[in-house]
Design a protein around this ligand. Sequence first.
Ligand SMILES: Cc1ncc(COP(=O)(O)O)c(C=O)c1O
Length: 416
Amino acid sequence: MTFYSTIGKNMILPQDVLIQSKETQEIPGAINATIGMATENGKVMKLNSLEYIIKNISSESYLPYSPTPGTLNIRQQWKDKILKENKNLRQEYLSQSIATTGITQGIDIVANLFSEKGDALILPNLFWQNYAQIYNVKLGVSIHTYDQFNNENKYNLEAFKNTLYSIKENKIHILLNFPNNPTGYTPSKEEFKSITEIIENFLVENENKSVILLCDDAYFGLFFEDNNKNSTINCLEKLVNNENCLIIKIDGVTKEYYAWGLRLGFITYYIKDDVLRNEIMAKTQGYIRSSTSSGSTIAQIAIQKLLSENKYILEKETNDNIIKNRYIALKESIEKENLESLTRILPFNSGYFFTIELPKKINAHEFRLMLLEKYKLGIYSMDESNIRIAFSCLEESYIPELVKNIKNCIIDFNNK
Ligand SMILES: Cc1ncc(COP(=O)(O)O)c(C=O)c1O
């Protein structure tokens, strides 16, 4: 006898990052670079004006239900924000944004609306594990991966193309997450141009196949190099002209506004056909109605107030720059220590993280434990070979020591 549905049977609670973060917290004085938040002096980074708004919000405004797709104001503000930050987009193709309970829920909603067993999902070889949980464990979609970087440490356009063309399924979901978790990479303008061309050609050559392009923009805005300040939807915009392509942007306040626990994300569709856009908007709201019913009013009202004044802009810039300075310090220390002579560092230029692919003979899980016990540094070992380091929660002053410790730990393993 079983009580479970098929989903219930397949469902697991992945323990890796949770356990690894807990283990780090248990070591006195250990630096925690496992988590996807931004901290400073051991506390979460914040926007002071958001804190002020939340403390002063009236029960009249935050207690009532919000409408299922979110309040009209926040939806319009978010759409305006997207248009302002993505100059290539055509206003008339962009839907109103629909509020969700965080970015994860946004991905889950579109996964449920558009994917099922018999579909394929393309991901890079290293990806945020929740994608597998949503698409594969819950919905039975098959996952096809490509190596994100080639032997020259360049974005692997050929592998992406080969994977796309090798897929037999007729409905293909392509998940593009830049800045990327875990690698911290955002493609250059030229690379985005090639990605667009590859997809465009595929769509034209395979009219019977449909592609759903999902831009997970969780780390949007944290771009640290001039040639990589690229918004995915802005770069891929012209694909909208293909009838067999659906473009969806999922983003939220989680990382962009230093508000991880507010749980406010958005789904915004980019579709040429008015009838189809309206239908999809109605279905999306229907899905929300039957799951969370509506989102958090306090989160929507607070962000609505935040965005309607300019005070937060400077605060956000200050925080963003703190993370950028950590990135710069990392690049300098990596060079100074010549770390790349000992191990492969995957290209990074944005976001919260960077990834190291350890030499073949070092097991990443064992490496993580030694780094934690001997060097008091907690990082995330993703698989047997790769470790992810969240510089979003590292003090800049600690970074030279961090790089030295990673180097020494590799030397320890090499001398074993
Ligand atoms: C790539 C990526 N997408 C989505 C999310 C989830 O965002 P949220 O906390 O808004 O659900 C994360 C958070 O860690 C992430 O790394």
